[in-house]
Ligand binder design. Structure first.
Ligand SMILES: CC(C)(COP(=O)(O)OP(=O)(O)OC[C@H]1O[C@@H](n2cnc3c(N)ncnc32)[C@H](O)[C@@H]1OP(=O)(O)O)[C@@H](O)C(=O)NCCC(=O)NCCS
Length: 194
């Protein structure tokens, strides 16, 4: 299985202990935007939370449970651009889920679309998944656009799916099947996302 993935502009690599500083920095500078939709991004976010995330991420890789990648540019290898992850929802049914966030100051430059396109390829080709989903908080237009651009289909609404701060948020669920991926990947290549 590949552990380091490349896109036309970025490298996606598993987290290492020395990533604590760069990840902590990236989260702190993006906290208001992340906190709107991600439960772990709150006022208690600290260096030790980052250390724990990286420890869990390394274990998850070893156990082939979940695959988190740091998004980086070769020219600035210690400048953390964001995370993109894929994990098993059901091994029996070959279903995976993706999650992502991008550093606020580098948002809206196509980073997320390119990173997710590559991790979808990893999910379908290397994990042999049949279906990949993403759950998006209602109102998160940026994330919906990423899913739409990549060809995910909107499948439904999950009520009170995630608690962010004191509020329960509805999420929409989007899916992409392996047979759809086979067609979509041609477009991804034309768009220079993979
Ligand atoms: C949502 C997020 C991941 C998008 O990352 P990004 O790198 O900016 O995304 P891209 O640059 O690939 O943009 C993809 C599309 O979304 C659009 N977009 C991005 N952010 C947007 C926003 N806040 N509002 C409306 N559209 C937005 C882009 O314009 C682009 O569409 P276009 O090609 O039609 O112009 C990023 O803003 C983020 O991390 N947000 C906070 C955390 C989060 O919501 N994570 C996802 C949880 S499901």
């Amino acid at each position: 299985m590949s552990t380091v993935l490349h896109t036309p502009r970025f490298t996606l690599q598993p987290f290492r202990r020395r990533d604590v500083g760069p990840v902590h920095d990236a989260v702190l500078t993006s906290l208001p935007e992340l906190a709107a939709f991600l439960p772990w991004a709150n006022e208690n976010y600290s260096r030790s939370v980052t250390q724990q995330f990286i420890r869990d991420s390394v274990s998850a890789w070893h156990e082939s449970r979940a695959f988190d990648f740091a998004i980086r540019r070769d020219a600035e290898p210690d400048f953390h651009l964001g995370n993109v992850s894929i994990w098993y929802v059901s091994r029996a049914n070959a279903i995976g889920e993706v999650g992502y966030w991008v550093r606020t100051e580098t948002a809206r430059r196509g980073i997320c679309t390119e990173a997710v396109a590559r991790i979808l390829r990893f999910g379908f080709e290397e994990l042999a998944l049949h279906r990949i989903v993403v759950r998006i908080a209602v109102g998160n237009r940026g994330s919906e656009r990423v899913a739409e651009k990549l060809g995910f289909r909107l499948e439904g609404t999950l009520r009170d799916e995630v608690r962010v701060g004191a509020e329960w948020m509805d999420h929409t669920i989007w899916g992409l099947l392996d047979r759809e991926w086979r067609t979509e990947q041609v477009r991804y290549r034309t768009m220079a996302w993979i």
